[in-house]
Design a protein around this ligand. Structure first.
Ligand code: ATP
Ligand code: ZN
Ligand code: MG
Length: 392
């Protein structure tokens, strides 16, 4: 590998977004590290044989664009609890090396029986939150149509995260040719020819709540807010930011979604923020609730992230974590205003376009946070955490 240092002043609020977003500039970038203490630039490792000058100039251009287009806001903290541990009980590497976690491909993990038990307990706790507020459970598909995601404006906002799904054209000549090609040999030889495939009409869902809105299309919601919940696998292509523990390609999310008036949705969101914070505290995890934004990668989304910060549309619950940033977002609390209500013609009781909001809990990340804070030996976790989880 070759190391290059790009000297460019980066505002503190953009350090993380730039460190993670830079990978989408070029596939030859293998590693990135911003200068966190002074914001004086970014160090990249690039693959041998790559054109360093070309990478440097495209990265520099992208960073300049990002900086020029973003207005930065100070994050506001709503609540903070617990104490930062002196050292963590387990490192992400040690957890990834444990027999309870197997990586079956980049960002694809399998949990063993003990971690599965904890994960199920976390889901039960989320179900408990849902039941207590009267959220009705829904079952939703893990695949979304291109048309639907276009209506949600997701394709334009987060193209770098997408994972498309397609199929062979109905034609045995094409299908048999592929089968013959894959009869033996390496997986490399099994790439379908592009013309053998149908156009991409579906994708893997990047979050659970997108499927909720079409379920209420054209309806007036009867309560304020109306609450539903759903859980399942979500998929995001995180490029080289993918890890074996906390930034996966296939990860599990639990969402509670509210549809109603602006006041109803905001009141509900405040309630969720305090209940989820209480829950994490009872599990023995320190944390903080702060304003946030969806990190931008493509230039157009910069406006969105600025808008979110300016209007308090996104809050995040972060837990101290042994990564470059020292913290991990385990849940987000979002207010979409009337965006989905108008796209899907959903009305609140008073006849106005419904506001919507969602609380999204990252189940794998809550598990990862428990492991780094309490260690790999689950029977030795604090008794109060185990009691809350219902595991002895
Ligand atoms: P981050 O800033 O860490 O990428 P995000 O803002 O993209 O998070 P949301 O879109 O708010 O995350 O998703 C809701 C929750 O899903 C997050 O708070 C997190 O717990 C979880 N999550 C998001 N992306 C991943 C991932 N790639 N792997 C595991 N969990 C994830
Ligand atoms: Zn959501
Ligand atoms: Mg993200």
């Amino acid at each position: 590998v070759t190391r290059i240092w790009i000297a460019i002043e980066i505002p503190p609020a953009l350090l993380r977004d730039i460190e993670q977003g830079v990978f989408y500039c070029s596939e030859s970038i293998l590693h990135s590290r911003v200068d966190r203490s002074r914001g004086a630039g970014i160090e990249l490792e690039i693959a041998d044989g790559a054109d360093g000058d070309a990478v440097e100039s495209s990265v520099r251009h992208w960073i300049e664009q990002v900086i020029a287009r973003s207005l930065t806001y100070e994050d506001r903290t709503l609540r903070e609890w617990g104490t930062m541990p002196g050292t963590f009980a387990a490192t992400p590497d040690a957890i990834a090396a444990s027999s309870e976690l197997r990586t079956l491909g980049e960002g694809l993990v399998a949990y063993g029986p003990r971690l599965t038990q904890v994960l199920r307990s976390i889901v039960r706790l989320c179900d408990g939150l849902s039941e207590a507020i009267g959220a009705q459970p829904l079952t939703l598909p893990a695949v979304a149509t291109l048309e639907h995601m276009q209506r949600c404006d997701y394709l334009h906002q987060f193209p770098q995260l997408l994972s498309f799904v397609t199929h062979f054209r109905e034609d045995y000549a094409v299908i048999d040719a592929f089968a013959a090609q894959c009869r033996r040999g390496q997986a490399d030889a099994c790439q379908p020819r592009p013309e053998a495939l149908r156009p991409f009409a579906r994708l893997l869902r990047p979050a659970v709540c997108y499927h909720v809105y079409p379920c209420f299309e054209g309806m007036t919601v009867a309560s304020d807010p109306l609450l539903v919940c759903a859980t399942g696998d979500c998929f995001r292509y995180e490029s080289r930011n993918t890890t074996e523990l906390d930034r996966l390609f296939d990860f599990r999310m639990y969402e509670i979604v509210a549809l109603g008036s602006t006041a109803g949705v905001l009141r509900w969101r405040d309630q969720m923020i305090s209940q989820v914070a209480d829950l994490l505290e009872q599990l023995g995890l320190p944390g903080r609730i702060k304003t946030s934004n969806d990190p931008f990668f493509v230039s157009g989304s910069v406006m969105k992230s600025t808008f979110q910060r300016a209007h308090d549309l996104k809050y995040e619950l972060e837990v101290p974590f042994p990564n470059a940033e020292g913290k991990l977002a385990v849940a987000s609390f979002n207010h979409h205003q009337g965006f989905f209500g108008s796209r899907f013609e959903i009305r609140s009781r008073d006849g106005a376009v419904a506001d919507t909001g969602c609380t999204a809990l990252g189940l794998d990340r809550i598990l990862a946070a428990l492991l780094v804070h309490h260690g790999l030996d689950i029977p030795r976790w604090p008794a109060s955490s185990r009691r809350r989880l219902g595991i002895g």
